[in-house]
Design a binder for this molecule. Structure first.
Ligand SMILES: Cc1ncc(COP(=O)(O)O)c(C=O)c1O
Length: 358
């Protein structure tokens, strides 16, 4: 999508796909499946076992395989979790700015999204979260994004404990989208390691660039196991079997590749900081500790609420507009750092040219 959506002269640094060669063990798993004609329906718990082993090593937390279910992808998994733990029209609390489909999926279900904007430091503002819980009412759901797309904020154990406490006080169930978890430089704390009544969605799709190979896992803790047990069996028909093979290989044998990727992303964060200082010093950027997305505050450029329009029109560089990310998105753009230093440099140079021409 990243390289196909716009005309050829547009440099794409928008959608969350990475410009990386596939991890070799992942490529091999796909090649082996094709060679064998192993392209049928999924079966078994290999993906869940691979995630459990990865989580144990990486985060010191071992989710129980019997409390995991395969789902088609993270967002469809989120929708299924909503169905399990809330009434069909229960509102959904989200922390804006956030991944736009959080609003789109909620609205397409005929539900209301209730915003709890992050603070100016891009962290959860507990006053705004509690107010949103009160507005949403008992029986609502809270869709937590950890790490947060687009800011890269990695929520701390203390923050997650406060989330758990407030959600119990206000009768709100927590669904945690943890798709970006492997892409963290800080210590990542899985929500279920602090609150065993939550539900989590994880996948190898972001960290190993496998969005086209659909698969994800829904995870319950001891306190939510009975909820997940009610997941209709037919939901497990949705994920791709080849996707599951690829995700399993990534979590099992793709860790060296992931570590190299994380190093490269750190270098790109530093490069972006330097490039902005040189070419667009009025843009504010605080490198996040998770994800490969950079959330750029362009309000100092005087380009209005949607600077991505100027960058695209005049600079032929495609970034995500901040507007669909909800409150806090006006005047911002989201840039994808998971590319080569050359493309990153060219992208900032194009943005600067576009700005100078206004
Ligand atoms: C926070 C978040 N959740 C979900 C997704 C999409 O995941 P999936 O394709 O598995 O639905 C993305 C993709 O960028 C994302 O950033």
């Amino acid at each position: 999508m990243k390289w196909r959506y716009y005309a050829e002269d547009v440099l794409p640094v928008w959608v969350a796909e990475m410009d990386v060669p596939l991890a070799e063990p992942v490529a091999q798993a796909i090649i082996d499946a094709v060679a064998l004609g192993d392209t049928g329906y999924p079966s078994g718990t290999a993906y869940a076992e691979a995630l459990a082993a990865f989580a144990a090593k990486r985060w010191g937390w071992t989710p129980a395989v019997e409390r995991m279910s395969i789902v088609p992808d993270v967002m469809l998994g989120v929708v299924e979790m909503f169905r399990l733990v809330s009434h069909r029209d229960a509102p959904v609390v989200v922390n804006s700015p956030v991944y736009p489909p959080f609003f789109q999926f909620v609205e397409s279900l005929g539900r209301k999204a209730v915003e709890a904007p992050l603070g100016a430091d891009a962290r959860i503002d507990f006053g705004s979260l509690e107010a949103a819980f009160v507005r949403a009412g008992r029986g609502a759901v809270y869709l937590l994004c950890n790490p947060q797309n687009p800011t890269g904020t990695v929520h701390t154990a203390a923050e997650l404990e406060e989330v758990a406490r407030l959600s119990r006080v206000h009768g709100v169930r927590v669904v945690a989208d943890e798709i970006h978890a492997p892409l963290t430089t800080a210590d990542f704390v899985p929500y279920l390691s602090v609150a065993d009544d939550g539900l989590s969605l994880m996948s190898a799709s972001k960290a190993w660039n496998l969005a086209g190979l659909k698969a994800a896992l829904a995870i319950a803790g001891p306190g939510s196991a009975r909820d997940l047990a009610r997941l209709p069996e037919e939901v497990s028909h949705g994920p791709s079997h080849v996707g599951i093979l690829a995700h399993t290989a990534a979590l099992t044998d793709g860790v060296t590749w992931l570590d190299a990727l994380l190093e490269g992303l750190q270098e790109n964060r530093a490069l972006l900081t330097d490039l902005l200082a040189e070419h667009l010093p009025a843009v504010r950027y605080s490198p996040g500790q998770g994800t490969y997305l950079a959330w750029l505050d362009c309000r100092g450029l005087g380009l209005g609420d949607d600077p991505s329009r100027t960058f695209l029109k005049r600079g032929r560089v495609a970034l995500n507009s901040g507007l669909p990310f909800g409150t806090g998105g006006a005047g911002f753009v989201r840039m994808n750092l998971a590319t080569s230093p050359e493309i990153l440099t060219e992208a900032v140079e194009r943005m600067a040219r576009a700005w100078r021409e206004t």
